[in-house]
Ligand binder design. Sequence first.
Ligand SMILES: CC(C)(COP(=O)(O)OP(=O)(O)OC[C@H]1O[C@@H](n2cnc3c(N)ncnc32)[C@H](O)[C@@H]1OP(=O)(O)O)[C@@H](O)C(=O)NCCC(=O)NCCS
Length: 224
Amino acid sequence: MPALTEAGLLSFRQIRRCVSHGSEHGYGISDPASGRRDLEDVAEILSAASESDPFVAWMLPDTQSRQRRVREILLFVLSRLDADRHCYVADQGAAVWVPPGGWRMSTWHELQAIPDLARTAGRSLPRALYGSAVLDEHHPEAPLHWYLEALGVVPGNQGRGIGSRLVKARLERCDAERWPAYLETANARNLGLYERLGFTVSEEFHLRRGPSMWTVWREPMTGT
Ligand SMILES: CC(C)(COP(=O)(O)OP(=O)(O)OC[C@H]1O[C@@H](n2cnc3c(N)ncnc32)[C@H](O)[C@@H]1OP(=O)(O)O)[C@@H](O)C(=O)NCCC(=O)NCCS
């Protein structure tokens, strides 16, 4: 198992190529031109990781095109609001965080996004829009918080502590800066991981003819 120290996180090839956004461990991908290759790496990792994700399987039922479509959707999402996102990448794992107040797209941006989303999601567009609307409905507006928008480790590397380390890298800063953190998941197995990291389940809900989802919340901790 690779040593995944904080210093190690920064020494990985992928993260060095990310464009620094000013924070010590988090790297925003703030220049779409030079950051394009990094975005592609992150989208590749997350789409490979999502092969077993119940939300993704529900949204994109066609198994043949699923991974390609997920990669395109992720690339599209990451490159639209790239300056707002902080990305941690290490050892074929990636965590994408949205800073406090930045998670909700304005109606104008949502409308502008529909043609691109239609192209990438294809016939799954209604599900993608419905799924995203339901997630938004359950997403708390207040208090302001960091939002873990995407997390994944490629299948061959799962279960080695990489995902935990990636999430901890941001949670340590949340604690130091006194920010809560939030995310949603469609995989019940992930709840154990998040609970170990200090999150608690705040809600369970069901997508129409789709999977159960859980929202989890974490207050900043002291003395960690
Ligand atoms: C969830 C995920 C990011 C965790 O990263 P990881 O490096 O595999 O996890 P760690 O080794 O740090 O911690 C292990 C814990 O992760 C969770 N986990 C979820 N799926 C897992 C998998 N396929 N293999 C291993 N652990 C998994 C479990 O809670 C596990 O603890 P357990 O073994 O006691 O059940 C990773 O397994 C993954 O990419 N899964 C598929 C995509 C996904 O679910 N993303 C999160 C969406 S909210």
